[in-house]
Design a protein around this ligand. Structure first.
Ligand SMILES: [Zn+2]
Ligand SMILES: [Zn+2]
Length: 387
């Protein structure tokens, strides 16, 4: 079965929803207009229950199937990014400095498309829980929704989600069983030295040299402390110090990101970073404090659910357009919090050639929305057929 005919019939509606959502990008938990639009559509479709205000602007809609059965969870992220848009499209962002540069407008639309079809047809048993989640990019909205109890409250047994992928054939799918995306941690290092005249360095405790030393030494965690075949990234992404060419500043600041899959590796990085920061600070005679913040956990797909989802993807797009074992990557995703609690799968859906995710010229490809909506709908129909 390719794209579901009934969904193809309303592809133009989906493009209109998506383009409207594109005009009103909102950040983190503050997705008020987006949530209002989604709730209005869901009421129109006749969902059986609508629970709003979860994680501030998140919501869960329930559609009852025919007869008893478990509840299957489908999730879309709804938030945007603090990026000024440069697409030039006539439905560009009307919120200055914000844009849907990660395609969450498209994810929201694909789940709305599935909702409309499932509410109309109800060719499944049990229930479906449609999870619209804010704050994926920043804030861990999935974690908040889980902590607010959605999985238990709505008795959700398994969970699925999609993310669009620029540079992959439009309407293709890829995923991988087991670890798919990395855990993401951040670190900040504040260095307190003693500034002075740039010509009199012997009278100072130079925080700039200490910052350079720490940034270099941190790289040895990956190259010298870590088994070469395990995945690990440590990137220093900011160094700030000083204001003018002839003054050695008092302070310096560094931060960066750490990506891991294995909690033991993560603990090793935390320990080595403490040791390196303390040791380097002592050697340069400065004070340095490390603030290491543990972020989203690794996204781990359930192998059986992943194979099932890949089978559904093959039905929708054809076997030649589905890679079920595509390997893992060092990006991160807060759907990991849901996958920690329930079996399920996260898949990527190709959207053809476009600017990359988080790029100011990125735009979601409306052509793939019926494919994603069909995928979600068939997940439900196939997992929970009518008795
Ligand atoms: Zn993103
Ligand atoms: Zn995203």
């Amino acid at each position: 079965m390719p794209v579901i005919n009934r969904i193809a019939d309303f592809a133009a509606d989906m493009a209109a929803w998506r383009q409207h959502l594109h005009t009103i990008p909102e950040l983190e938990f503050e997705c008020y207009k987006t949530a209002a639009f989604v709730a209005e559509r869901l009421r129109e479709f006749g969902v059986d229950e609508l629970h709003e205000g979860i994680a501030t602007t998140g919501m869960v809609a329930i559609i009852n199937g025919r007869g008893e059965g478990p509840t299957i969870g489908l999730r879309a992220d709804i938030d945007a990014l603090p990026i000024p848009e440069e697409t030039g499209v006539d439905y560009a962002s009307t919120h200055p400095g914000k844009m849907h540069a990660c395609g969450h407008d498209g994810h929201t639309t694909m789940l709305l498309g599935a909702a409309r079809y499932l509410a109309e047809t109800r060719n499944f048993s049990g229930r479906v829980a449609l999870i619209f989640q804010p704050a994926e990019e920043e804030g861990g909205g999935a974690d908040v929704m889980v902590r607010e109890g959605i999985l238990d409250r709505f008795d959700i047994a398994e969970v699925y989600a999609l993310h669009n992928a620029p540079g992959h054939v439009d309407g293709s799918f890829y995923t991988t069983p087991g670890p798919l995306m990395a855990a993401v941690d951040t670190f900040e290092i504040h260095i307190q030295g003693r500034g002075g005249h740039g010509a009199m360095p012997h009278e100072t405790l130079d925080p700039v040299m200490a910052a350079c030393g720490i940034a270099q030494a941190i790289q040895t965690i990956v190259s010298r402390n870590h088994y070469a075949l395990d995945d690990l990234v440590v990137s220093v992404t900011q160094i700030h110090a000083g204001t003018v060419n002839n003054v050695i500043p008092d302070t310096a600041y560094l931060n960066g990101t750490v990506r891991t899959f294995d909690p033991a590796v993560q603990r090793m990085v935390m320990r080595r970073m403490e040791e390196i920061v303390a040791g380097q600070a002592a050697s340069y005679g400065v004070e340095a404090t490390l603030d290491y913040v543990v972020g989203y956990p690794a996204t781990i797909n359930d192998p059986a659910k992943t194979e099932f989802a890949a089978e559904v993807a093959r039905e929708v797009s054809g076997a030649g357009k589905v890679v079920a074992d595509g390997g893992r990557e060092m990006g991160a995703e807060d759907f990991s919090y849901m996958l920690e609690k329930r079996p399920g799968a996260y898949l990527f859906i190709g959207q053809g050639n476009s600017a990359g995710l988080h790029h100011p010229k990125y735009n979601f490809n409306d052509e793939i929305a019926p494919v994603g909506a069909s995928f979600f709908a068939r997940i439900v129909e196939k997992a929970q057929p009518v008795a």
